[in-house]
Design a protein around this ligand. Sequence first.
Ligand code: S3P
Length: 174
Amino acid sequence: DQTNPMRKNIILIGFMGCGKSTIGIKLSKSLNYTMIDTDHYIESREKLTIPEIFEARGQEAFRDMETKLLRELVANKTTCHIIATGGGIISRPENIDLLRQLGFVVWLNARPEIILERTSRNQNRPLLQVDDPLSVIKKLLKERKPLYKSAAHVKISTSDLSQRELTLGISESA
Ligand code: S3P
């Protein structure tokens, strides 16, 4: 039943550090769906890391790559995939439309302080390599919330899940 978005793919959207990749891996194992992480896909296609793409090509070029990938997934009639996306994928209106064509869109959300804590562990997010990452997180969240909302079928808060709980979920089902 292709009219039911649940029968196609499950797409995880939301801000950096809300657990998209972690929950995506867990879901893909329990549903036996193939996992695609759009950030990883773009990195392997470009043979560059996300920070290198931002540095060498700029953020707009990265957004073009995200749109290109979503268009391909729709054109290929991709089904039975868990698609974990980069936090800014909703920046383009076309992408919101493509995400909803792909299936059931789940918005994972968390409080800014939690996001700061979860993202401060590594340096792979160019947008947060600034003096005051918490204000950048708050500003971007404010801009993006209406976009996540318009793309999503459901919203789930992951604020109360500890990193340990998120990670334990994976090893349990592994
Ligand atoms: C971005 C989020 C990142 C990555 C890039 C830009 C954003 O993905 O796509 O650094 O604009 O919020 P994650 O949400 O997987 O960290």
